[in-house]
Design a protein around this ligand. Structure first.
Ligand code: ZN
Ligand code: ZN
Length: 364
């Protein structure tokens, strides 16, 4: 997809020129991947406001860079940042916009000492901002990641039974995703049973699932670098009335959040639409996190929908909607889907659900 990466670089060049900088030094590995196509654990990218860029990586990734980024000049170095700052100085690119949110104080000091003629100015989260709105190729990769996730869940659910441990269930889900082509889990799989369900990011243990448990599973596949995110809560054995009640409440809150997630919607209003349902039922204090987040090359990225967050949803922005109710010492429910906000006359609906597993309470 060389032309897609070139289009992304063009958009960043407009930002760099607008800042009055001569070039951007991109050091976030995810952002380097977004702009060049190279996935590497040691890479940086120098992009002048005008003209072609230079990709630096070390010898371990040189062949992959030649294969994946044939249209970009390659510099093979171990010290990628210093090499590119040196190139910038040689070319007279002396106002260099850098990713301050990613740079450590120590690395910045090394760079500044090594290139005394260069002024380092903040780029801000310009690439993250560009990444928020996805192109159709990205949405297709994310949709595939979500399809793998939904299919893995549907395969594993019939095998869930009392005596299975949280770790067994996590391993079964990860195996099913791998069998369907996932590169790896998008994040550490969460399986939280019984009282553990009150801990939103519980780490799976050897606890055995038992009748009367609600079990929350939060997991996803990574495919082509893109991260799916889905949560379902199931009942082992016939659920008690209180369990059905909080499940219905979370499901209603999620529906309200999804309905509010339209192009132009304020992220605080989307959060509020779901949170209001839970607050009206006097469970506001038990919904302890934000409503959702963007997904893409990272599992958590802009826009974040939660307390004090600002901004508006836009066309082609994938997000999660994931309300929950957590009762300390008792248990919890969370329901989460990944969806894409859509605008334009060609789409009949203002959003597209990518995780398709049923949201009805499954009783096993
Ligand atoms: Zn999740
Ligand atoms: Zn999530």
């Amino acid at each position: 997809m060389p032309e897609i990466h070139a289009a992304r670089r063009d958009r960043l060049q407009e930002v760099v020129a607008g800042l009055g900088a001569d070039a951007a030094l991109i050091t976030s590995l995810v952002n380097v991947r977004y702009l060049t196509g190279l996935a590497s654990s040691n890479a940086a990218f120098l992009l002048p406001a005008d003209g072609p860029g230079v990709l630096a990586t070390d010898s371990r990734y040189a062949l992959a860079a030649v294969r994946d980024c044939p249209e970009v000049e390659l510099a093979v170095h171990r010290l990628v940042e210093q090499a590119l700052a040196g190139r910038a100085a040689e070319r007279g690119l002396i106002r260099l916009a850098f990713e301050a949110h990613e740079m450590t104080v120590e690395r910045h000091a090394t760079l500044a000492a090594g290139t005394p003629g260069v002024a380092f100015v903040p780029l801000g989260r310009a690439v993250e901002e560009l990444r928020t709105v996805k192109d159709e190729e990205e949405i297709a990769l994310l949709a595939q990641a979500c399809a793998i996730t939904s299919a893995a869940f549907d395969e594993v659910v019939p095998r869930i039974c009392p005596g299975m441990t949280e770790r067994d269930l996590a391993a079964a889900l990860e195996r099913a995703m791998s069998d369907r082509g996932a590169e790896r889990p998008a994040f550490d799989t969460i399986v939280a049973s019984g009282p553990n369900g009150a801990i939103p990011h519980h780490v799976p243990t050897g606890r055995e699932l038992s009748p009367g448990d609600l079990v929350t599973v939060d997991f996803g596949a990574r495919y082509g670098g893109y991260h799916a995110d889905m949560t379902r809560t199931i009942a082992v054995g016939e659920p008690a009335a209180w369990q059905r009640d909080i499940y219905a409440l979370v499901a209603a809150a999620q529906q309200a959040g999804i309905a509010a997630a339209t192009p132009g919607a304020d992220v605080a209003a989307v959060d509020g639409a779901a949170r209001g349902v839970i607050e009206e039922a006097d469970h506001g204090q038990h919904f302890t996190h934000g409503l959702g987040h963007g997904v893409g090359l990272e599992i958590h990225e802009a826009p974040i929908m939660g307390h004090g967050k600002t901004g508006r949803l836009r066309d082609r922005v994938p997000i999660t909607v994931e309300p929950g109710i957590y009762l300390p010492g008792v248990g919890g429910v969370r329901i989460e889907d990944t969806l894409v906000v859509r605008a334009g006359a060609e789409t009949a609906v203002p959003r597209e659900l990518l995780t398709t597993t049923t949201r009805e309470l499954l009783v096993l």
